[in-house]
Design a protein around this ligand. Structure first.
Ligand code: C5P
Length: 208
């Protein structure tokens, strides 16, 4: 069984994907980390993330880079969003994601184009959304907990810029698959969002 979880930054899709993986005992791939690793590698190479050749060269990152805590930073998120617009980069990362999705026992993948491009045949497709205000607030609290000082307005502006780039790119833009179930987590806490996602998944599986 393949479970595809797509949605914008800080929508709660990562938490939901991890919970679904635990509930259905499936391996989980956070595909955003792959794009973040490419962005980071481009920066380490001294390249330009907006240049297709530099971005493609960044796809050749060492496996251990995936473990780098720096990948979770806002800076790497921004770099990831810039390298991910290049079709060359998306092609280079396709095979790895596709083979993860096709694992014999099934898998959970979260990202932006899992239900539309990587695994259109997924039995469960969730598109997780939340308002910009709710997502910015979550990011703000996360960063405060890490002792980092950033303004809520700057976070909201960054989220909107990233959403715009993800939604308007020509290759694999962030759009819900026609058969995805939408889950708006704006007014839900993590436990409520997880319960709602499990209920949606169980309904989708029953229908298959
Ligand atoms: O999900 P996360 O915030 O880690 O993703 C970082 C960036 O990587 C996103 O803003 C998006 O531009 C890109 N991405 C993508 N396709 C995916 C996963 C992430 O384009 N499947």
């Amino acid at each position: 069984m393949i479970i595809a979880v797509d949605g914008p930054t800080a929508s709660g899709k990562g938490t939901i994907a991890r919970a679904l993986a635990a509930r259905f005992r499936l391996p989980h791939l956070d595909t955003g980390l792959l794009y973040r690793a490419v962005g980071r590698q481009v920066a380490l190479n001294g390249g330009n993330p907006d240049d297709p050749a530099d971005a493609l060269a960044g796809c050749d990152f060492p496996d251990r880079l995936i473990e780098d805590p720096e990948l979770r930073s806002e800076e790497c998120g921004g770099l990831a969003s810039r390298v991910s617009v290049h079709p060359e980069v998306r092609r280079a990362l396709y095979e790895l994601q596709r083979s993860f999705a096709m694992r014999a026992g099934g898998a959970v993948l979260d990202g932006r184009d899992i239900g539309t491009v990587i695994a259109p045949e997924a039995e469960v497709k969730l598109f997780v959304t939340a308002s910009v205000a709710a997502r910015a607030e979550r990011r703000f609290r996360e960063m405060q907990a890490q002792g980092r000082s950033v303004s809520l307005a700057a976070i909201a502006a960054d989220l909107e810029a990233r959403d715009r780039r993800d939604r308007t790119r020509t290759t694999a833009p962030l759009v819900p698959a026609a058969d995805a179930v939408l889950l708006d987590t704006s007014d839900l806490g993590p436990a409520e969002a997880i319960s709602a996602a499990i209920a949606i998944a169980e309904r989708s599986i029953a229908r298959f």
